[in-house]
Design a protein around this ligand. Structure first.
Ligand SMILES: [Zn+2]
Length: 254
């Protein structure tokens, strides 16, 4: 059961630190403006009893809450009155200051279309970094929790998500009958991180169930990385494929 709290304002507004108690170095830090906590109470979706709920909205590389996110239990609450478990679906921000990277999850409830989500992220970045002075971090948009987790896992594995999505794009093209991206979606398999293969799991969009695995040798990724560094043409092609914050191979087939 998912319940929506906070709206665009909850994500972009000024607020206290996340429920994990993660450090905050002072409001002058521009990216800190992205930090927000949905304030106050929510109603239990089953019995309507008011609940004090402080969902995590900001995650950093060393946060314990990352483990909850990866397990699918982040922002899961139990109603004190009726005992029902419910998940608060709120916008989530992952910020890795050392790498100057931001990943922003905009839940479908907050943005009716991918274009609306793009505009929302653009507005937030403009609000935080538009004044000049601060160097804009590299930002990505995730339209599902699964995409959000994937982007974080790729960052942590030291992989460039544009190259990984380009590899997915080639897989979709080559196996369009089996991997039609309108019905299925490939996700990076981070459980295989560090091996000689770049692993993917194919999920059915309708059921959310894993259907198959796919592997690409890491050597192929490294080759692509070398080519990307030296070829302006390839850079352009990848830039054309992924023009916005939502870097996803599937969008090319929409
Ligand atoms: Zn309840």
């Amino acid at each position: 059961m998912a319940q929506k709290v906070g709206s665009k304002k909850g994500a972009a507004g000024h607020g206290a630190e996340s429920a994990t108690g993660a450090r905050r170095k002072g409001a002058a830090e521009p990216a800190a403006e992205l930090a927000a906590m949905v304030p106050g109470t929510v109603k239990c979706p089953k019995c309507g009893a008011p609940q004090a709920a402080a969902p995590v909205t900001v995650l950093r590389p060393d946060d314990g809450a990352l483990g909850l996110l990866f397990q699918g239990t982040l922002n899961l609450f139990t109603c004190a009155a009726c005992g029902v478990r419910f998940k608060l679906e709120v916008a989530l921000l992952y910020r890795d200051d050392a790498r100057r990277r931001i990943v922003y999850y905009v839940p479908p409830e907050d943005a009716p279309t991918p274009a609306a989500a793009e505009a929302q992220v653009a507005a937030i970045l403009q609000g935080c970094f538009g004044g000049g002075g601060a160097e804009k971090p590299e930002c990505r948009l995730a339209l599902s929790r699964q995409e959000f987790i994937e982007k974080i896992a790729l960052l942590r594995a030291g992989l460039d998500d544009r190259l990984v999505e380009f590899i997915k794009y080639q897989l979709y093209l080559r196996h369009e009958a089996a991997m039609d991206p309108r019905q299925r979606q490939l996700f990076y398999d981070f459980s295989l991180a560090g091996r000689d293969d770049l692993g993917f799991i194919l999920f059915d969009r309708a059921t959310g169930k894993a259907q198959a695995g796919a592997h690409v040798p890491m050597a192929a990724y490294r080759e692509l990385e070398d080519a990307w560094r030296s070829s302006a043409e390839l850079k352009e092609e990848i830039g054309r494929l992924f023009p916005g914050f939502h870097v996803s191979a599937a969008t090319g087939f929409a």
